[in-house]
Every structure is written in structure tokens, then in C-alpha cells.
Design a protein around this ligand. Structure first.
Ligand code: ADP
Ligand code: MG
Length: 350
């Protein structure tokens, strides 16, 4: 196992800069998720760590060694791709053994490692099959097995679950996490799916347009997003964001006055954005009147899309509430859980 350190790494393709100076420290044995919308530079960064893409500026260290100029096979990493990239004409066992054969490992050693990985991943019965004879989830497991046999210092995953259906994705997510908890190998996991990042990682790196927006533990990002981008990206359904002004009476947004916790109210009338998560409202007789537009009961909770003073609000209630479209309900945001952002910079103010 090893730490990974990324210092001011940049990447340009021709004149187009796609990674703008990223710095990150990943501790030995840590599980880090790189998350962000499509095109923000996650794969590029991961591929630079793997050595599949050269870096335009900066430094990457694996362990304490600078690997800027090291070939991928000298970096002691193993990567799992979204596309699985299995060799179609090889059996599961041969796919898993391939990298060890290239390294001219001894036959007995190869067999031991392949069998051990197959046992960990539940592939023992499938070793003689070809990729075309496997389901998507089984193929993904073989791709992981191929990484596992190498016993690398660092695992790199690039959206490994994106080709699976929703149910299998959730199952495989748990499986990868359990595998990590068993091996504790340093892992860098790229995904566009914030739920995947939140549920799997020790630490999340939120990227946007080639820069790191925030780094932190999942619940830190959830509870204290550093800026508007992270606030909107982390959490589903997304945080409500209302435009308005910070007044002494509270947050004035159109005709609405929303509560602010003491200390958050910088009552100078300055323009700001008010963020409140859908689950941070309660039903109360003296709350804001809002008009119910759509009701979505999921069984475990009730999601309500509502309108207040011309603005749309998403509300989530843990209990089953009996409301209908067109009805007026009264709701109150929990002032202690409100996020306030600067209108110009999007930075968190409270
Ligand atoms: P992500 O994995 O976050 O979806 P990528 O790292 O694949 O994003 O891409 C980041 C940006 O770099 C995108 O705008 C993409 O179009 C661009 N890009 C990626 N690879 C190349 C390439 N080989 N040549 C030119 N531009 C590229
Ligand atoms: Mg990608």
C-alpha cells in the first residue's frame, strides 16, 4: 500500500487546459472518491495517476517516489475501467492471470493468486467461462479480479459500475466497499454519481471544470458545503436555493421571509443565496404557506414539490403525509440547518 500525492497537476490537450492545477494528498490505505459532473476532468486526473496520460505540469508521487516519468507498469497500480476491457478470447482464469504472465510470474504463484482472487470475488465456478458467457455484474467482478491478483499499492477505479442496472449497482457498491474494508488498499474511485461517492468513500474530492471545489468526509460536504457548486451537487434531491437579501428580519426572497440562525443574519441587505435541504423543513401551523404541486410517496418518505411566492421548493418528509396538489400547507425551514452563500462568488457565508 502507498500514499498518493498530487501537487499542482495540470493537463492541457493542445491549447485546451482541462485540469487546472490540482493538489491532493491521499493517505496510505484511504478510500477517496473523485466526483463531479461529466467532463470535469476526473478520468484525465485518474489516467495521469495511472501513467496512461502524461502530465503538463506538476508532480505525482506514489509512496514517496515521483512517478511523473514512470511507465504505467512501473507504478504498481491496478485500474478497473467502466468498459471492463476483458479479453474476449480468454477465459476468466486467463483474463485474471494475464498481467502476471506478462510479468513472468511462476505458474504456481499465478494459480495461487488467481484462486485467491476468485475466492474473494465468488468467481470460483466461473473460471473456465468466456466473458460472453457472463452477466454484466460477473464481468465487472472479473475486471476487479484482474486488478486484485496484482496485489497493487493503489487501486484506481473509473466509473466501474456505470454499465450495470440500478439494483446491481447498489449491490456491487457494497461489494467493493466490503472488499476495500478487507484489503485496506489505497483506492481512488472516480464517479459522476454523488450517492456512490457519499456511500463508499472516506474522503470525497468534488471536481468541477478541472478544479477541486472541496475535499472532505462525506457528511462534512453534506453539512457544510464550501460553495454553491458543492451545495447543489451533493445531496439528492438537491438543496433548494433561493435568491434574495440578508435582512435583519431574516432572509428576504421576493415576498417570503425565511428564518436565519443567529449569527448567520448579516442584516445589511446584501444580496445572497439561501440554501435549505428538502428534508430540513417541518410542517407547522405558523410556517410559510406553500402550494403543493406534485406529491411523490416512495413508501419510506414523501416528496413534495411546492411553490412559494413564485419559487419552487422540494420538500421531503420522513413520515407519510396526506396532501394533494393544489392544497396549501405550512412549512418551516430549520434555521440551524440553513446555508448562506455569497451571491457573487458562491462562497459559503455562514
Ligand atoms: P470526466 O471523466 O470527468 O467526465 P474527462 O477527464 O474524460 O472528464 O475529460 C475532461 C475534459 O477533457 C473534457 O472536456 C474532455 O472533452 C477533454 N478531453 C479528454 N480527453 C481528451 C483528449 N484525448 N483530447 C482532447 N480533449 C480531451
Ligand atoms: Mg470519465
Amino acid at each position: 500500500m502507498a500514499s498518493v500525492e498530487i501537487r499542482s497537476v495540470k493537463k492541457a490537450y493542445g491549447k485546451v487546459q482541462v485540469v487546472h492545477g490540482v493538489s491532493l494528498a491521499i493517505a496510505d490505505g484511504e478510500f477517496v472518491a473523485l466526483v463531479g459532473p461529466s467532463g470535469c476532468g476526473k478520468s484525465t486526473l485518474l489516467r495521469m495517476i495511472a501513467g496512461l496520460e502524461n502530465i503538463s505540469a506538476g508532480e505525482i508521487r506514489i509512496g514517496h517516489r515521483v512517478v511523473n516519468d514512470a511507465a504505467p507498469k512501473e507504478r504498481d497500480i491496478a485500474m478497473v475501467f467502466q468498459s471492463y476491457a476483458l479479453y474476449p478470447h480468454m477465459t476468466v482464469a486467463d483474463n485474471m492471470a494475464f498481467s502476471l504472465k506478462l510479468k513472468r510470474a511462476l505458474k504456481a504463484e499465478i494459480a495461487t493468486r488467481v484462486n485467491r482472487a476468485a475466492a474473494i470475488l465468488g468467481l470460483e465456478q466461473l473460471l473456465g467461462r468466456y466473458p460472453r458467457e457472463l452477466s454484466g455484474g460477473q464481468r465487472q467482478r472479473v475486471a476487479m479480479g484482474r486488478a486484485l491478483v496484482r496485489d497493487p499499492q493503489v487501486f484506481l477505479f473509473d466509473e466501474p459500475l456505470s454499465n450495470l442496472d440500478a439494483k446491481l449497482r447498489v449491490a456491487m457498491r457494497t461489494e467493493i466497499k466490503a472488499l476495500y474494508q478487507r484489503l485496506k488498499t489505497t483506492t481512488i474511485y472516480v464517479t459522476h454519481d454523488q450517492t456512490e461517492a457519499m456511500t463508499m468513500a472516506d474522503k470525497i474530492v468534488v471536481m468541477h471544470d478541472g478544479v477541486v471545489e472541496q475535499v472532505g468526509a462525506p457528511l462534512e460536504l453534506y453539512d457544510k458545503p464550501a460553495n454553491l457548486f458543492v451545495a447543489g451537487f451533493i445531496g439528492s434531491p438537491a438543496m433548494n436555493i433561493l435568491d434574495g437579501r440578508l435582512e435583519t428580519s431574516g432572509f428576504q426572497s421576493g415576498a417570503l421571509v425565511l428564518p436565519l440562525a443567529a449569527g448567520a443574519a448579516i442584516g445589511d441587505g446584501r444580496p445572497a443565496l439561501y440554501g435549505i435541504r428538502p428534508e430540513h423543513f417541518c410542517l407547522t401551523d405558523n410556517g410559510l404557506p406553500v402550494e403543493v404541486m406534485v406529491v411523490e410517496p416512495t413508501g419510506a418518505e414523501t416528496l413534495v414539490l411546492a411553490k412559494a411566492g413564485g419559487q419552487e421548493l422540494t420538500l421531503v418528509f420522513r413520515e407519510r403525509i396526506q396532501v394533494r396538489p393544489g392544497e396549501i400547507i405550512r412549512v418551516q425551514p430549520d434555521a440551524a440547518l440553513v446555508h448562506v452563500f455569497d451571491k457573487e462568488t458562491g462562497r459559503r457565508l455562514n
